[in-house]
Design a protein around this ligand. Structure first.
Ligand code: PMT
Length: 400
């Protein structure tokens, strides 16, 4: 792939060097363009050494104007990392006062933005509005992560890891449209079960796995409804988002959208228990021990399993031991066609993490293994297995 990497003027510009190096190692042709401010953080020589090409730093050079139209035309994808608040504002407004902003306007291929900035700047309504505008216009966003920022604060705004940006770009450019005509209903994230008006029980699900599946399914041509518990992720473009908080709300949203669904993927980490009668007032702290009476939440997957008809039903299992045995038991008891099982007690995998490793089990007894790898890549592999299973089930139907 021919990739134009636009480097914005933020401290995360130093990470763009690793991004450019990795893209090159993976066989892509990379051209770098830097803003003037980016040059304050990293020298063009760094990128020139990594790409073996002159870095574009200005609209004009000694030899005359740089052909931004030709650069825009000659690249398959424009990746901007770090995409600063200033750059996103300019892109959203259509300002064209340097090489990168001018090329952005002239670029007709896919655009990937990897924002990075201080948390307050990221959360500012102006930045979020610009982000929404750019997403609506088709830019693909690699969301920043939470963590330690250069301004010595913790919070959202840290540039996604270069490997995650590479994975995002490669996934975006895959052209398979093998789910055209399918309607996916996907659940993701945790649920929150109230204890009183301000407190709740929940779990560490970030939604990353479910959102990656939704994004991949939409890019592969499916129409996607994503029922999501509370997470801090930007919903993928071309996906209908239904936001819910509790298990009961998730159940209702799933049942409301079940009739149109042809493939259901239950990735959400639904709370198993809730407080049936939530007090109206905040629980008071006393010296006495507090006991909570919890009731089981509705098992949404089991209910979908009972009503599944000829839909393809994929469940998930989060286990800390006996992964395959437990997964198989859940698959059969909840009438799933496929179950994706992950161990969730390993550092850097499963809940919250960017990576995962899964066993994919089907009713016919076939198993496949995916990972450890980024959740986007795992999502693609899960979809590949769903496509295979769909073929098998169709063949069985045809021979019946
Ligand atoms: O969100 P991330 O941070 O990216 O992490 C991803 C993940 C680890 C949460 C995800 O990959 C995962 O494992 N999701 C399933 C979590 C879970 O609730 O597993 P379980 O084994 O407790 O439930 C089995 C299945 O029943 C799941 O499909 C679940 O959605 C469903 N269920 C469970 C309880 C309930 N009341 N209703 C349900 O539908």
């Amino acid at each position: 792939m021919r990739i134009l990497v636009g480097v914005g003027g933020g401290i995360a510009a130093y990470k763009a060097a690793e991004l450019v190096r990795t893209l090159g190692v993976r066989g892509h042709e990379v051209q770098v363009a830097m803003t003037r401010a980016a040059g304050e953080f990293v020298r063009p020589l760094t990128f020139a050494s990594l790409t073996g090409r002159k870095v574009i730093t200005d609209l004009f050079s000694e030899e005359g104007p740089i052909e931004h139209i030709a650069v825009a035309r000659d690249n398959d994808v424009l990746v901007v990392a770090p995409a600063t608040a200033d750059l996103m504002a300019k892109f959203a407004c259509g300002l064209a006062d340097d090489f990168l902003t001018t090329t952005f306007l002239a670029f007709t291929g896919k655009v990937v933005l990897a924002p990075a900035m201080n948390s307050a700047m990221w959360l500012h309504p102006a930045t979020q509005a610009n982000l929404s505008t750019l997403e609506r216009r088709g830019c693909s966003i690699v969301s920043p992560s939470d963590g330690w920022l250069a301004c010595r604060e913790m919070g959202p705004g840290r540039l996604a890891e270069p490997a995650a940006i590479v994975e995002h770009v490669e996934a975006l450019m895959r052209t398979k449209r093998d789910f055209e005509g399918e309607n996916f209903l996907i659940t993701a994230g945790p649920t929150q079960e109230a204890l009183d008006p301000i407190r709740y029980i929940s779990n560490r699900s970030s939604g990353k796995m479910g959102y990656a599946i939704a994004d991949a399914a939409a890019r592969r041509g499916a129409s996607v409804v994503l029922v999501s518990g509370p997470v801090s992720l930007t919903p993928p473009p071309q996906v209908e988002l239904v936001s819910v908080r509790t298990a009961q709300e998730m159940r209702k949203a799933v049942m409301d959208h079940l009739a149109e669904a042809t493939i259901v993927v239950k990735n959400a980490a639904v709370a198993d228990y809730y407080v049936a009668s939530v007090p109206q007032q905040k629980l008071k702290k006393t010296a006495a021990r507090l006991s909570l009476e919890l009731d089981p939440t509705p098992d949404i997957l089991a209910e979908v399993g009972e009503k599944k008809g000829d839909r393809l039903l994929v469940g998930f299992a989060a286990e800390t031991e006996n992964l395959v045995e437990e997964a198989r038991r859940k698959m059969l008891s909840k009438h799933c066609d496929m179950l994706v099982a992950n161990l969730v007690n390993r550092e850097g995998l499963g809940f919250e993490a960017d990576n995962n490793e899964v066993e994919i089990i089907t009713r016919g007894g076939k198993t496949a293994h995916a990972g450890p790898a980024g959740k986007r890549q795992i999502a693609e592999q899960i979809l590949d297995q769903i496509a295979l299973l769909r073929l098998t089930l169709r063949a069985v139907d045809a021979s019946a």
